[in-house]
Design a protein around this ligand. Structure first.
Ligand SMILES: Cc1cc2nc3c(=O)[nH]c(=O)nc-3n(C[C@H](O)[C@H](O)[C@H](O)COP(=O)(O)O)c2cc1C
Length: 209
């Protein structure tokens, strides 16, 4: 069932899955089935990547089926994240292969491509009623040590996977953040058709004639 809490309001019509995708902190205790996990990570793997390298890797820990890995990932998180994350049924660690497999050169787009894969997973999740919450608030060094990640991979992010739960179960401050209106920069601030915008006053198209 689609999550219709705090749907994003946008300037122009887009896919409903994009406006429904959000980063919740409250989750139900409903486990995420192996089948749904397979669908989510298949979606991740469908993303485009530089040279078709597919540099993304994911370590998944499920409270139900792989609790040890779950606890390891949880242990890498900053305290402010651990507080709410521990209710999420699944945690994932994203990693990027640092070099291209065809020539061994550094892949400067690895993290970019991991981001695309996670974004694609999130959209597939929204379609399935599952949400994820990505986090930078964790220790990549602790994650590397916990899973003995080889040097040729870099640790990128951690994210929850679960079914969004009752916001009232969260502490007051987090409830407010969860329900605060979700806003985005106007299109005019992020899309510059024709070239990089000139500072005010330098614009020939607006200069007095
Ligand atoms: C790379 C990345 C790192 C993030 N790190 C954290 C984090 O450590 N803790 C947290 O609560 N949210 C974190 N977020 C969630 C963002 O705050 C959230 O995506 C943003 O406010 C937009 O909200 P929305 O995803 O609901 O649209 C992170 C998101 C991304 C993409």
């Amino acid at each position: 069932m689609a999550d219709t809490t705090n749907v994003l309001t946008v300037e122009h019509p887009i896919l409903p899955q994009l406006t429904q995708r959000r980063s919740p902190r409250a989750y139900t205790s409903q486990p995420v089935s192996a089948e749904v996990l397979q669908q989510l990570f298949t979606a991740a793997g469908s993303a485009a990547s530089c040279f078709g390298e597919q540099p993304w890797r994911f370590v998944v820990g499920s409270q139900e089926t792989s609790p040890e890995a779950y606890q390891k990932i949880l242990g890498t998180l900053a305290e402010f994240n651990q507080a709410w994350v521990k209710k999420a049924p699944v945690l994932a660690l994203s990693l990027a292969k640092k070099t291209f497999s065809h020539d061994g050169n550094p892949n400067a787009w690895g993290r970019h491509d991991v981001g695309q894969a996670v974004a694609t997973l999130a959209i597939q999740g929204a379609e399935l009623g599952v949400q994820i919450h990505q986090m930078a608030g964790f220790s990549p060094e602790a994650a590397r040590a916990a899973f003995q990640v080889p040097d040729e991979y870099e640790v990128v992010s951690v994210f929850t996977i679960g079914y969004p739960g009752n916001v009232e179960a969260l502490p007051e401050a987090l409830q407010q953040r969860e329900l605060a209106p979700r806003t985005r920069k106007p299109l005019g601030e992020i899309m510059f058709e024709g070239g990089w915008p000139r500072p005010e006053g330098e614009r020939y198209d607006q200069a007095p004639v």
